[in-house]
Design a protein around this ligand. Structure first.
Ligand code: 2NL
Length: 360
């Protein structure tokens, strides 16, 4: 057998034995690469006599062409095999149900939903959202808000106290979000327009009271803030929140240490059907407390009551959520029952906005 025939047999055997695209590439380089066995043969043509080259030229080039074809064919076959192997191992069962994304499976708690709705409404009116700590000093929770020591109003705000520190001061869980207004008025000068959502605490526990509950307060301080402004802000809020075009309101006199005069706001409702409807009928429902900021509170934060005045209000978020979404028992809010949350909760991507609808 000639040299060339011997070489061809050996290369074709290597090609046939290649079992991967990587192996066939190694065979290709060793035969046809710069220093490959066939390339070396081609280089010898230059040193041959013209007669010799006439015979060997076509013989070597023929070998090169057959090997090139054989490699291409084997490469194609190995590539097809690789794809088939992948298809066999990576099967997709198209009959499986579509998996819900985690963002779809979760639910927004009604309290969070109502906070988002209320803050959307007041943000639209130009209010900022303020927050503060749940653990407060006696000064920020009571004294600065015109609850003098020993005043009977403190008894309605019984709360949870921490052990006294070295100076005898006892920190406490705030009984309302009002300490945040004090912090804000100490740090910023008027005009102030803020709403404060947050957790609040009182020693109270029955079907309609929970030791931890949620409040949202609002505060406006400016040179001319007045009761007419207060009434407009609250009327616009109630219409937007209950999603009704008209709503009658009435104010009744009340008492809070931090406001003077103090008022309670009732809104028009209809109780004749299965559910309470707002903005209809001839009944009234108490919805929140409000008033003009007591001059003592302004003085406590260094504002001159002859120059500035303010109005403020406080709403119980938990009760507002129960009224709007027809939830009968406050305690369910804090039971962490997934079945309840699936029923009353809100979809995570339906963010309340005034332009797209508060409730989607
Ligand atoms: C209620 C009543 C109210 C305020 C809260 C307030 C805060 C400051 C000054 C004056 Cl710093 N007022 N807040 C005023 C009136 C009523 O809450 O029944 N809430 C559930």
């Amino acid at each position: 057998m000639s040299d060339l025939e011997e070489l061809e047999r050996s290369i074709l055997a290597d090609i046939a034995a290649s079992d991967s695209e990587q192996a066939i590439e190694t065979v290709r380089v060793s035969a046809l690469g710069k220093k490959g066995s066939i390339s070396e043969k081609l280089k010898t043509l230059g040193k041959m006599s013209a007669d010799e080259r006439k015979v060997m030229g076509p013989a070597i080039n023929g070998l090169k062409a057959r090997v090139t074809d054989a490699i291409a064919e084997r490469k194609g076959a190995l590539h097809d095999l690789a794809i088939e192997a992948r298809l066999a191992s990576e099967t997709v069962d198209v009959t499986l149900p579509v998996r819900r994304s985690p963002a779809e499976a979760g639910r927004i708690h009604p309290i969070s939903q109502v906070v988002d709705e209320i803050t959307a409404i007041f943000s639209d009116m130009g209010f900022s959202i303020a927050e503060g700590p749940d653990i407060e000093t006696d000064y920020y929770n009571f004294t600065a808000l015109n609850f003098p020591e020993g005043h009977p109003a403190r008894e309605m705000h019984d709360t949870f106290f921490f052990r006294p520190d070295a100076d005898g001061e006892r920190m406490l869980l705030r009984t309302h979000t009002s300490p945040v207004q004090i912090h804000t008025m100490e740090r910023h000068s008027p005009p102030i327009r803020i709403v404060i959502p947050g957790k609040t605490y009182r020693c109270d526990s029955d079907a309609t009271h929970s030791p931890m509950f949620h409040q949202l307060e609002g505060l406006v301080v400016d040179k001319s803030a007045n009761v007419a402004n207060l009434k407009w802000v609250l009327q616009e809020f109630c219409k937007a929140f209950f999603e009704v075009p008209h709503l009658n309101m009435r104010f009744r006199p009340s008492y809070f240490p931090f406001t003077e005069p103090s008022l309670e706001l009732d809104i028009q409702c209809d109780r004749s059907g299965n559910e309470v409807r707002f903005g209809e009928g001839t009944d009234w429902m108490e919805i929140l407390g409000c008033g003009m900021v007591n001059p003592n509170v302004l003085r406590n934060v260094g504002l001159d009551p002859d120059e500035y005045q303010g109005f403020a209000w406080g709403i119980g978020i938990d009760r507002l959520a129960m009224l709007k979404y027809g939830m009968p028992d406050l305690r369910a809010f804090f039971d962490a029952d997934v079945r309840w949350l699936n029923h009353y909760g809100f979809r995570p991507l339906d963010v309340p906005t005034l332009f797209a609808g508060l409730t989607g």
